[in-house]
Design a protein around this ligand. Structure first.
Ligand SMILES: [Zn+2]
Length: 83
């Protein structure tokens, strides 16, 4: 499965875990996803998504996270250069 058609967040200068931390600090400005809808049997319990706070894929592979970063109006204005 290719994710190349989904928004790319590789231009951000911080790692995905750091990104989720930043989003968490923004609280309600972020559209946090619902828990994954796929039944447990379709998910990989070994992969954890910090954005969904659920199992099934890695945070790095999270499409919802990519979309939120690219589409979320507030997030694009955040200064990701953490000092
Ligand atoms: Zn996710």
């Amino acid at each position: 499965m290719s994710v190349s058609t989904w928004p790319d967040i590789s231009h951000l200068s911080i790692s995905t875990p750091e990104l989720v931390n930043v989003l968490r600090q923004m609280g309600q400005q972020v559209k946090w996803p619902q828990k994954m809808k796929a039944p447990d049997s379709f998910r990989n319990p070994g992969l954890w998504c910090d954005f969904h706070r659920d199992h099934g894929h890695k945070t790095e592979d999270c499409i919802a996270l990519r979309i939120e970063v690219n589409v979320g109006t507030e997030i694009r204005t955040v200064d990701f250069r953490l000092n």
